[in-house]
Design a protein around this ligand. Structure first.
Ligand code: 5CA
Ligand code: ZN
Length: 410
């Protein structure tokens, strides 16, 4: 499906880029990234983009920017879960055509991404357009008895987790924790007839009143959620990728199951070298989520003429892995910081610009330490505005560094 318009990311061409290290959930440590292919789990388009989605997309936008700064060719794929239960439920609730709902919210997401200056993925892929490939891949698992069909006439197919030798390596959860998250996040541990309570759905047989597609050997139906991401990622990026990204709500079951599916399909492990998760953005003490309805939309802020660059700065004020709250105060502080940076970037001179560039690169390459990167620019801006420093090239260097590395246009 169509992606969004590219952001302008000028190459810096000065100083030394720093290779990126990132936290990997599977090794539970910060490790250097290997390669530059990335799959990020995108939206289920049944409501508008909120600041939680934006924070996750911004996190991986930084990964993209640092890799590019290092001269790497980035292959980036993001999906749209444009068919799944939550979408159908919302459409039904609002008496709307689910296709129209998905198209409208996806279009709004693209606009929001552009406004936030997020570099578009090389491939932006819908679940629906991927159904033939997914069905073919699931049929392969069925042939190998890694998938099995329920014998209750539904045509539903499940994945046999006992055939996944590395299962559990990504999330490191106990079975009890897995069962809790599985029930909470779209799984069906209580379904009678499964070989294991945790076995995830690969293919849902056609039901009266639900959309269905031809599945060849599988029969008509629609794909399960985890296999959607495994197949889209592998089709476009190959059997093994550098980074699998998303919010921390996807640590389990989504990324664990996707990894298991991908590894069964390709015979190669690990599926991703890094499993990296952005913390949850909350509002009023709870995770911002469509199902809870406690949302601040990016489009609402745009309509209120909030500068998107201040939204970026607000979400970068704390480290990406910390769960954090969106508050008016956070936005106000970011607006003040943005104004101060703009004023300093317009000054005639300031302290050493190359030192700021080096500090920002060093901070971001250390597991995206945005607070340290922001602090380095703050210190420079304070000094420049106090009239310290005689480096006349500094304002431009800092302006370009902030633009290219943090995506913030001053
Ligand atoms: N379509 C699936 C992924 S395949 C999905 O989780 N969709 S979503 O619309 O619920 O979320 C889109 C992306 O935003 C995911 O990476 C998710 O982990 C992330 N996300 C959702 N809510 C939040 C939040 N409150 N804070 C941070 N990230 C979030
Ligand atoms: Zn996904």
């Amino acid at each position: 499906m169509e992606s969004w318009s590219p952001a302008n990311v000028p190459a810096l061409k000065i100083g030394e880029p720093v290779p990126l290290s990132l936290y990997d959930a599977s090794r539970q440590s910060v490790e250097p990234t290997e390669g530059s292919s990335m799959y990020v789990c995108g939206i289920t388009p049944y409501d508008a983009t909120h600041l939680g989605h934006a924070a996750t997309m911004l996190t991986f936008d930084l990964v993209n920017r640092i890799w590019r700064d290092n001269g790497l060719y980035v292959e980036y794929v993001q999906n749209v879960t444009d068919i799944d239960d939550p979408l159908l439920e919302r459409a039904q609730r609002d008496s709307e055509d689910w296709v129209v709902l998905a198209m409208r919210e996806t279009a709004l997401f693209r606009e929001d991404m552009e406004a936030l200056r997020i570099i578009p993925p090389s491939f932006y892929v819908g679940a629906v357009e991927s159904i033939p490939t997914i069905a073919e891949q699931v049929a392969g698992l069925l042939d190998r008895d890694i998938a099995y069909r329920m014998d209750d006439g539904t045509g539903d197919l499940y994945y046999d987790l006992s055939k996944a030798p590395h299962f559990g390596y990504e999330s490191h959860l106990t079975r009890l924790e897995m069962l809790d998250f599985f029930a909470e996040r779209g799984g069906d541990p209580g379904r009678i007839g499964k070989r294991d309570e945790l076995d995830p759905l690969l293919w849902r047989g056609a039901r009266e009143g639900e959309p269905a597609w031809p599945g060849g050997a599988l029969g008509p139906g629609r794909p399960g959620w985890h296999v959607e991401c495994a197949v889209i990622a592998q089709t476009l990026l190959g059997p093994q990728i550098a980074v699998q990204g998303g919010g921390s709500d996807l640590l389990f079951p989504h990324h664990e199951m996707s990894a298991a599916h991908a590894e069964s399909l390709s015979g190669k492990a690990p599926f991703a070298r890094h499993y990296t998760h952005a913390g949850m953005i909350g509002l009023d003490g709870e995770k911002m989520s469509k199902s809870k309805g406690n949302l601040v939309f990016v489009s609402r802020l745009r309509a209120d003429h909030v500068d998107s660059m201040a939204v970026r700065l607000a979400l970068f004020a704390d480290h990406y892995r910390t769960d954090r709250e969106w508050t008016d105060e956070l936005l106000k502080t970011a607006e003040q910081r943005l104004a101060r940076w703009r004023e300093a970037a317009a000054a005639r001179s300031g302290p050493d610009g190359l030192a700021v560039l080096a500090a920002v690169r060093a901070a971001l390459s250390r597991d995206l330490d945005t607070p340290a990167a922001l602090a380095a620019v703050d210190a420079w801006a304070d000094a420049a505005l106090a009239g310290d420093g005689t480096d006349e090239s500094a304002p431009d260097i800092v302006k370009n560094a902030v633009d290219t590395l943090l995506g913030i246009e001053l």
